[in-house]
Design a protein around this ligand. Sequence first.
Ligand SMILES: Nc1ncnc2c1ncn2[C@@H]1O[C@H](COP(=O)(O)OP(=O)(O)OP(=O)(O)O)[C@@H](O)[C@H]1O
Ligand SMILES: [Mg+2]
Length: 312
Amino acid sequence: MANKLIVETKNLTKVYDSTTAVDNLNLHIEEGDLFGFLGPNGAGKTTTILMLLGLTEPTSGSVNVAGYDSTREPLKVKSIAGYVPEKVGFYESLTASYNLAYIARLNNLPEDVVKKRVAETLEIVGLADKAEQPVGEFSKGMKQRLAFADILIKNPRVAILDEPTSGIDPEGINQLLDLIAKIAKERKMTVIMSSHQLHQVQRICNQIGIMVRGRLLVKGSPNQLGKDSLGGSQFKIELQLTEITQGIIDAINRVKDVISVDRMENRLLVGCSKDLRPQIARAIVEANGLLVEMKIQSYALEDIYLKYFKEA
Ligand SMILES: Nc1ncnc2c1ncn2[C@@H]1O[C@H](COP(=O)(O)OP(=O)(O)OP(=O)(O)O)[C@@H](O)[C@H]1O
Ligand SMILES: [Mg+2]
């Protein structure tokens, strides 16, 4: 059964001077979703987020978050939503715990619980040992985690994160994404997260929307989007062999659920709908092949993402 809608926009449009930043957007997000909002620079992601939060007015159309009209009732939306903007700002000379306590008070947390909640929240985001350090000394990744703490302290129904991973190193990105996913699950919190990077949203999101030039081109689960593209391939397994023979190619083609086998110089690219690494490895050995390396990637979605970008 479908969950309750927490975000619903109808023909939502925003025109700045001559630019249509958001063009007749009809977006549906269900409560509890981890929604990855993908798109290149200038696609309209931030503009959409600002309209969801009632921070900028639509030119036309409507936007509803948790049953509130964001344009008419922005304070209601603000009370249930947590927002991390593209550029996070703190009092840089003050400590992490001071910054967080300030946010807690702004959100009307009773004074007797502020201290405890600040300590707990810093612990959750892995900054407990940095609590008394000035935020100006924090790395980008630490600042993003503190920004996430800012919204956790409020315990919102919806967390809206505008490019939470920008400027962080790959390991820090994975840690932050895993943290977001864990908290979302524990608290049954809806997450809307914008990004340029497909693999980042694929890591945690159960729904992905791809926006280009103000329009939502596709929306669905990563699996569904993968299935709809490239004749059903969701995985590409890349093989390196000491030698490639027709016998080996035939043997791989005979493995059940293999969709395509393409040769690229000394490599083979196998398209399939499942992770068939064990079956493919066995087929190669049985065809007297010697496997040097085997890599798997869910390329198909990457392919449609790039394809849509080119077509837009
Ligand atoms: N305040 C503004 N005034 C005029 N044009 C704007 C304004 N804000 C955004 N735009 C334009 O609207 C379009 C969408 O911008 P937006 O910031 O929403 O994109 P984005 O998807 O968030 O991009 P990025 O990935 O770079 O953050 C762009 O063409 C941008 O130049
Ligand atoms: Mg943006």
